[in-house]
Structure formats: structure tokens, C-alpha cells
Design a protein around this ligand. Structure first.
Ligand code: AMP
Ligand code: TRP
Length: 336
């Protein structure tokens, strides 16, 4: 009997550097899932331009993110890796979804509110309809599972709503209901300077994040400088509920060492942060060092990366073409 593999889709924006948040919240989990699922991983350049991107920097970042995925262990022979703009179906299906999604649904999206800030009137229209494009990314391939960090949960609920409304408006059972896969002990990696803010590519403080372009020394330094509190490490993670900085470091330790946060608390119960931080710095360097170095090497191999993205986009186009054709048929677009 041939084994049926379910399909996953996920994406990362080529804006700024990949961070430890991208790695632990997304890419590390993709590596574990790629054997079990038919996997499609996308560098989402159409999403990136919802805020201004310098064209040369966008090209570089696209290659760098692809290199980061491969350096982290995504196997381009097993998975499809490509950049979104090379498959026009994403933009095309997003348009159809702009006509399915309701203004009221998009008005509730917290990421738009966060990114647009006080100046909503001056945000791009693209930033507003960004979640429709994200739903299109997934449903263009009828992917059923989407491994992401916790911050993307609301967008995935919207993708489910869009799939269901499309199905019910047109009286079909066409798009699957998408399941988020939010995995691991670091579902939301927080800033190293502020335990209440997400670790992000766009934080002005370099010390708030670990970049996958950081040297071993910089990684160790940033961990040692990370904010903590003066209390000792507790024996259980529950006892650290109101200590966000401390909890964040414990979660990072757990995720990087494939243990639970509870294991780490038990191991360091009653100790201060000095020895813990030394161990975490060493662990981080041993896991991330080889990845950052391989990523740097691959980023310089432009033709190799470009070839992977080209092959990936050809495969992605082939997978999506019959699905998009069927969508046209369902919607009533005349195909002559
Ligand atoms: P982005 O960089 O916004 O394109 O995010 C790409 C992937 O990384 C998504 O699955 C996000 O949920 C995940 N991600 C980004 N930042 C973090 C973070 N601080 N913690 C956990 N996951 C994250
Ligand atoms: N919006 C996601 C983020 O910023 C990136 C993304 C775009 C994505 N399309 C996707 C993730 C489809 C999963 C599936 O993190």
C-alpha cells in the first residue's frame, strides 16, 4: 500500500535577519516534520513588500532566508523550497480571497494593528489584506497543516474562515480546514531585553534578539547580557509564571536541547542565573554556530540557491495549477 502523506505549507518573510524566534518557532519544527509530511516552504517576498523593502536588500534577504532554511536542515531534495513571487497563483488566489473575506474579519487582525501602529491611514492596502494572501499561500496547495509560531494563530483562524466561507458560498467541499501546528517549548520566543515583547527582526535593539547571522561570540555575549531577575530559578515553570524574562530563557534552553521546560527547572532548581546563562550560552553556540556558518557559506553560493528556488517554484506551480484551474471553474471564470 502506498503511504499517503499529508501536506504542510509554511513561510518566512525575507525582511531583515532570521532570528532565534524564527528558528525555534518555525524552522526547527519544519526540519522535524519534513519526513512525515509532504512539505512546501516558502520565502514570502510578496508579504515582505507590504512594508517598504529596498529592492537589492530584498533580493539578498530572499537568498539568505533560503540559505537559512537549508543550513538548518531543510532538505531541498525532499521538500519544495521557493520564493512566493515566482508562482503567480499566490497573488491570483489572494485576489479571489479578497472577495471572500469580510472587512470585519480583517479589522480584528492584531498584527495589522501592531504593524500599522497609530498611522493606520498611511499603512499600505497590502498590509491590511496580508492575511488573505497568507490564506491563499496555504490553500493554493490545499495544505492541511501549517507549522508556525504562536503569533500566527489568528491568521490561521482567518484562513479557516476563508476556506469555510468559500466552500459554503459556492456550495462545494473544496478547500480543507487548515490545522495550525504550534509546536515545541518555544512557541513564542520573547525579546532578551523585555520578556513581554516578542523577539522580532524589527526591534531597534540588537541585544533583544539572536540573529542567525551572529558570530559565536556575539551569540554568547547576547545570552550573558539577557535580562533576568534576582530570584533563584524555581523547581517548576508554573512557579515562574510572573517572571517573563526568566521563563523565556528556560523555554529557549528547553527548545534548543529537546527537553521540557520542567526538566530545565528541575535541573537548575534553587540556583541563580550565572551558571545557567553560561550553560545556555554554550548550548546556543553549539546548536546555532554550525547553522550560522553554513548559512553564510550558502548565502554566497548565489547560483546554487537560485537554482533551488527555481526548481522549487516549478514544482510548486505544477502542484498548484490544477487546484487553481478548479477554483476558476467553481467561481465561474470562463476558461476558453
Ligand atoms: P516572520 O519572520 O514574521 O515571517 O515569521 C516566520 C515564522 O517564524 C512564523 O511561523 C512565525 O510565527 C515565527 N516566529 C517569528 N518570530 C517568532 C518568535 N519570536 N517566537 C516564535 N516564533 C516566531
Ligand atoms: N505571515 C507569516 C509570518 O509573518 C508568514 C507567512 C506567509 C506564512 N504566508 C504563510 C506562514 C503561510 C504560514 C503559512 O510569520
Amino acid at each position: 500500500m502506498t503511504e499517503f502523506k499529508q501536506r504542510i505549507f509554511s513561510g518566512v518573510q525575507p525582511t531583515g535577519n532570521l532570528t532565534l524566534g524564527n528558528y525555534l518557532g518555525a524552522i526547527r519544527n519544519w526540519v522535524a516534520l519534513q519526513k512525515k509530511y509532504e512539505s512546501i516552504f516558502c520565502v514570502v517576498d510578496l508579504h515582505a513588500i507590504t512594508v517598504w523593502q529596498d529592492p537589492a536588500a530584498l533580493r539578498d534577504a530572499t537568498r539568505e532566508v533560503a540559505a537559512g532554511m537549508i543550513a538548518s536542515g531543510i532538505d531541498p531534495k525532499e521538500c519544495i523550497i521557493f520564493n512566493q513571487s515566482q508562482v503567480p497563483g499566490h497573488a491570483e488566489l489572494a485576489w479571489i480571497f479578497n472577495c471572500v473575506a469580510r472587512m470585519g474579519w480583517l479589522n480584528r487582525m492584531t498584527q495589522f494593528k501592531d504593524k500599522a501602529g497609530k498611522n493606520k491611514e498611511r499603512a499600505s492596502v497590502g498590509l491590511y489584506v496580508y492575511p488573505d494572501l497568507m490564506a491563499a499561500d496555504i490553500l493554493l496547495y490545499k495544505a492541511t497543516h501549517v507549522p508556525v509560531g504562536e503569533d500566527q494563530k489568528q491568521h490561521l483562524e482567518l484562513a479557516r474562515d476563508i476556506a469555510q466561507k468559500f466552500n459554503s458560498d459556492y456550495g462545494v467541499d473544496f478547500f480543507p480546514v487548515v490545522e495550525p501546528l504550534i509546536l515545541g517549548e518555544a512557541k513564542r520566543v520573547m525579546s532578551l531585553r523585555d520578556g513581554n515583547a516578542k523577539m522580532s527582526k524589527s526591534d531597534p535593539s540588537e541585544n533583544s534578539r539572536i540573529n542567525l547571522t551572529d558570530s559565536r561570540d556575539t551569540i554568547a555575549k547576547k545570552i550573558r547580557k539577557a535580562r533576568t531577575d534576582s530570584a533563584a530559578i524555581a523547581g517548576t515553570i508554573e512557579e515562574m509564571a510572573d517572571r517573563p524574562e526568566a521563563r523565556n530563557l528556560i523555554n529557549i534552553f528547553a527548545a534548543l536541547s529537546d527537553q521540557t521546560a520542567g526538566d530545565i527547572c528541575a535541573a537548575y532548581d534553587g540556583q541563580g542565573f550565572a551558571a545557567f546563562k553560561n550553560d545556555l550560552a554554550e548550548l546556543s553556540v553549539s546548536v546555532l554556530g554550525p547553522i550560522t556558518e553554513e548559512m553564510k557559506r550558502l548565502t554566497d553560493e548565489k547560483t546554487y540557491i537560485d537554482q533551488i528556488l527555481k526548481t522549487g517554484s516549478e514544482k510548486a506551480r505544477a502542484l498548484s495549477a490544477p487546484i487553481l484551474k478548479e477554483v476558476h471553474n467553481i467561481v465561474g471564470f470562463l476558461q476558453s
